[in-house]
Ligand binder design. Structure first.
Ligand code: NAP
Ligand code: HSE
Length: 431
């Protein structure tokens, strides 16, 4: 029997416990597929006394993740603590310096330090694998780095945050408010330690930046992802969108244009019947467009114990098999500096605003749109039961318009004197 591949696991939360359960439940199958047994040798977390619902008595304990990463009796350091700095970064660097391979689920760490860590790992002949970091259980990193390796990737698009998709779809389904559904996400183990990473779109932006690096052969450029979260999305907008045949999704798009690399993670309306429009709950979906293959769609659980553990173990098994790939699919030193470009591709927009209900109010708004070169496709005015008479809710769907023109027109709305509150503008992505 070949020698076991020995793991040290730092972080015993949702993902760490999931990995322990999966290794224990599937030890024989994993050994057969990996060509050698996989053995957890030592673990680390903050609180040794915490009951985690799994038996840890067979593992050595380290209070300090850096010490765990440096142990002589581990081959692979599995970082499942999270955080873009602190112990996650220090222990990953320590593991590479000590000659260990690294498996991580930590997209924040790689979005901020991926280039430096990849260069360090590759100079030392080590690998860093991160399937679990993007879209949970969906093997999208493997698809890009292996299955589609010969393609020029034209576009990467998708819903990559289970928490946001869960909240948005359940708001529509149940009519419940954001806070109730946010709490449900916490119970399901979807949330990041800092939930603003989820609802602020940052977590999904981290994931998009990692996919873009592999897809376009560029250095990870999280700083230039255009980001907007879901905290401003109201039940009202979800209902209006549904009435018009759309659903609201936190949608990521990365594409290389003649002007540079566009990366955006923002709420969008997508057609109800489209694959993205049909995506429910914590499910993620990633669409990859390759020059030779055409469009590939991957769909699956984006978060939670089992799916994430599945992805972590896929990486561990690859290492056990002797598969050694550059971190971002090509040597880190060959990745080009990304030239960032603001998103400029025209699209229809959904606009919602409250206006003073008086003669000429709508004409002023239409003038702002016309002066910005934006043409109106559909328009509705709604009388809200119980609202004072002088207020009118106006919904407009535009023909295709450039993002900068929409931003200019909505800024001009404010100067009309007929606007009550801030207007809402959401891009409609015809996917
Ligand atoms: P979690 O449930 O909050 O667990 C984090 C674990 O890390 C806990 O066991 C905690 O110890 C430990 N930890 C935190 N800070 C530490 C420190 N300074 N030193 C030692 N241990 C420390 O997090 P999670 O959901 O498992 O996520 C872990 C990683 O996976 C994150 O990078 C996350 O982004 C990523 N991820 C999560 C999911 C998901 O569905 N949850 C999916 C994909 C990727 P204590 O338990 O003792 O407090
Ligand atoms: N908080 C993340 C999500 C976990 O909701 O998608 C998976 O990365």
């Amino acid at each position: 029997m070949p020698a076991p591949l020995r793991l040290g696991i730092a972080g015993l939360g949702t993902v760490g416990v999931g990995v322990i359960r999966l290794v224990q439940a599937e030890a024989d199958r994993i050994a057969l597929r990996a060509g050698r047994p996989v053995q957890i040798v030592a673990v680390s977390a903050r609180d040794r006394a915490k009951d985690r619902g799994v038996d840890l008595s067979g593992f050595e304990w380290e209070d300090d993740a850096v010490k765990l990463a440096q142990r002589d009796d581990i081959d692979v350091y599995v970082e499942l603590m999270g955080g873009d700095a602190g112990p996650a970064k220090a222990s990953t660097e320590a593991a590479l310096a000590a000659g260990k391979d690294v498996v991580t689920a930590n997209k924040a760490l790689l979005a901020h330090h991926g280039q430096a860590l990849a260069e360090t790992a590759e100079a030392a002949g080590r690998v860093i694998r991160f399937e679990a970091a993007v879209a949970g259980g969906i093997p999208v990193i493997k698809a890009l780095t292996e299955g589609l390796a010969a393609n020029r990737i034209k576009r990467v698009m998708g819903v990559m945050n289970g928490t946001c998709n869960y909240i948005l779809t359940r708001m529509e389904e149940t009519g419940q408010g954001y806070n109730v559904l946010f709490d449900e996400c916490a119970r399901l183990g979807y949330l990041e330690a800092d939930p603003n990473l989820d609802v602020g779109g940052i977590d999904a932006g981290h994931k998009l930046s990692l996919l873009a690096a592999i897809a376009f052969g560029t250095r990870v450029d999280f700083a230039n992802v255009e980001l907007k979260g879901i905290t401003d999305i109201t039940l009202e907008d979800i209902r209006h969108a549904a009435d018009m045949g759309y659903r609201i999704k936190l949608l990521g798009v990365a594409q290389m244009t003649g002007r540079g690399l566009e990366q955006r993670m923002t709420p969008c309306l997508v057609p109800y019947g489209s694959p993205l429009g049909q995506l429910e709950g914590g499910t993620n979906m990633v669409l990859l467009e390759g020059s030779a293959v055409g469009q590939v769609v991957l769909r699956g659980a984006g978060a939670g114990e089992g799916p994430t553990a599945s992805a972590v173990m896929a990486d561990v098994i690859d290492i056990a098999r002797g598969i050694r790939l550059p971190v971002f699919g090509q040597p880190a030193t060959t990745l080009a500096e990304a030239v960032p470009a603001r998103s400029a591709t025209p699209a229809p927009y959904y606009l919602r605003m409250s206006l003073l209900d008086k003669p000429g109010a709508l004409a002023k708004i239409a003038t702002c749109l016309g002066e910005a070169g934006i043409s109106i496709d559909q328009m509705r005015q709604l009388n809200q039961p119980g609202e004072p008479d002088e207020k009118a809710i106006v919904l407009i769907v535009t023909h295709k318009a450039a993002p900068a023109d929409v931003a200019h027109a909505t800024a001009q709305f404010r100067a009309t004197g007929v606007l009550l509150g801030d207007p809402v503008a959401i891009r409609i992505e015809e996917v």
